[in-house]
Write a new protein. Sequence first.
Length: 386
Amino acid sequence: MALFILLLLPLFLHFNPTVATFDITSFGAKSNGQSDSAQPLIQAWEAACSSSSPSTIYIPTGTFLVSQARLLGPCKSNKITVQIDGTLISRSDYSEFGRKGDWIVFDHVEGVSVYGGSIDGSGGSLWACKANGHNCPDGATSLTFSNSNDILISGLTSVNSELYHIVIDGCQGVTLQGVKISAPGNSPNTDGIHVQMSTDVTVRGASIKTGDDCISVGPGTANLWIEQVSCGPGHGISIGSLGKEYQEKGVRNVTVRTTMFVGTENGLRIKTWGRPSDSFVKGVAFEHSIMQNVQHPIIIDQNYCPDERGCPDQNSGVKISQVSYNDIQGSSATEIAMSFTCSSSNPCSGIELQDVKLTYEGKIAASSCKNAIGTASGLVQPPSCL
Ligand SMILES: *[C@@H]1O[C@H](CO)[C@@H](O)[C@H](O)[C@H]1NC(C)=O
């Protein structure tokens, strides 16, 4: 047997296609944090993308300034690795870069794996502008994957984005594992991970500290799996806002398990606009969650209407059904630890509570229900109002 394997080994080595490596420094990138390495990064990408064999783009240790990089497919190979050992940093001058809406983008790619490394969105000056209420640009998302399949993001650290840290839009088959995201609790719109119009996305083992949603789930998301994620500071994990548009793709089959929320505004939230829509949320399992001092640990809010305009009677058209909460424990920072404010025209249905134990100031917290139908089993504290 051993001899047989030994004889076969040269065959495998022979047929193993060589992996070409494109080091951005050999395209002129400088690790001084000053000279713009966008073109070297784009050229390394183009070399990898036009190669028909598997290839690696290598970003060595050091700090590389990248003004903006749109890394576009389709590519000849569906096995491209981006190995980041150093840091990519964006310009802090938001007046130029913040208007463009995105910083590093992968679009129409397949089989791309990013191993990191860090990316630093240098968002501080834009947040200061927004805090002073000046006429500021929206800012740029740090890392976007759009219209792409079979993507892995592993061990990446993203800090101080101007806007969202990571956006997955129009993708199928995306795994984010061991991602670390960090921005101050008062930094505006710095959502951690935003997923929309995408199927089969997995987020596993993430630590997310932001000024906005930890993970937000937009229209057209299906088969989303979130596991072992810690959130805080920030606004928690949110399905929505949904139902802003009348015609909108719904959200179905979402699992959120083994999560921890520390000092966040919300824990597990579903949020819809209070206006007509044909959108829906169907099949959500929230399980094994620990809350520490969370303002709204369990919340469904169908009354969202920030400018109080275009929300006749505050009736959300979004149909919410089959949402379960199982083994949710910990402390609430407000008395109402569990709140279901559903639409009067489209009540929430199939809400299931099992083994919920949430306290407020060491005592049993309270719950609040409006237009919510469902069942409770096991120990449920605060007592169910369904
Ligand atoms: C729901 O999504 C999970 C992945 O998150 C997948 O394994 C499962 O097959 C999906 N279920 C249905 C009914 O599509």
